[in-house]
Design a binder for this molecule. Sequence first.
Ligand code: TRP
Ligand code: SF4
Length: 364
Amino acid sequence: MIDPWTFSSTVDYENIMNQFGIKKFKDLLEDIKDPSLLMKRGIIFGHRDFNLIQERINKNKDFICITGMMPSGKMHIGHKMIVDQLKWYFKNGGNIFISIADMEAYATREKSLKDGRQIAINEYLVNYLALGLDLTHKNVNVYLQSQSKQLNELAFKLSKKVNLSQMKAIYGFENTTNIAHIYAPLVQVADILLPQTEDFCSPMPTIVPVGIDQDPHIRLTRDLAIRFKDEFGFISPGSTYHRFITGLTSAKMSSSKPKTAIFLNDSPENAEKKVKTAKTGGRESLKEQKELGGCPEKCVVYELLLYHLISDDKKLEKVYNECKAGILLCGECKQMTSIKIKNLVEGLAIKRNESFEIAENILD
Ligand code: TRP
Ligand code: SF4
């Protein structure tokens, strides 16, 4: 069972894919016209029904891309991945929907709705803008769960066709789980199906880019889409799954453990320092490393380069090969990476400053 609220990082992706019938993304990669970096590099590793989206893109037709964020903590570099994906879908004709899951944060974390709104604006929306997603565009729709009447009406209707034993089977809820927590997934299902209602895009292929921890919600959504097909004409939403970036200490990168994470609003000095203390795939001694080479596969520094910091495939390959051959050593590699991180957070800080006012107005 996957529990979306306490999911930890040591994931056997293969095993989960087999167990839940998630397909391999690489099998359809070559038919994608201009795949994103995360797709090409296997960071997006699985999907359900992505081919429906691919067809729409190839025919220059639009589609829906929906995601949500729980406004509960700070944004770290792992969260950048979702923004990168939204930008790709936007560029390829997607109608983008972003739900700020203040109701979920209220139900499952100790967060008031008021705090949720503030965190959403000052932490998430400004960083989304700083990372280059145009939240003011007419094809981008951002809302707070608690503020959308249509959403709450839909969640309520959907909840009619699911019962407690199904919810327990999917999420493992206990008799002591509070009802808001049990209900929160229905609000999320409504997030995913709302864009297909008449008030928005009407039924249309939909994609939800998520981490594997969110798969229980996807399964519930697909099930309910079928149950409500007669009433709403829903097309079952598809999904993609991305790997989680490893934390700096090699535990999961998590906002609640600052030592594991590089935050988007870390100071340049701090971000640099964090890279320099990150766990690498280097050998015990310099001599050994020169003889045997390093292990980029097990290296957090390499992961940062792979996911976020080197877009040129040839340059990345060079790092990989030279690490393996013992030519590139960790000190030099960290130095190069820390400069890239520094530039990234510096750039973001400048763009965030220009974005606060815009972010404030988006939710009104
Ligand atoms: N549950 C998601 C999280 O914990 C947030 C979320 C809310 C979401 N609604 C969504 C994700 C719709 C994808 C689609 O981060
Ligand atoms: Fe990691 Fe770079 Fe060291 Fe290789 S050289 S193990 S990629 S830090």
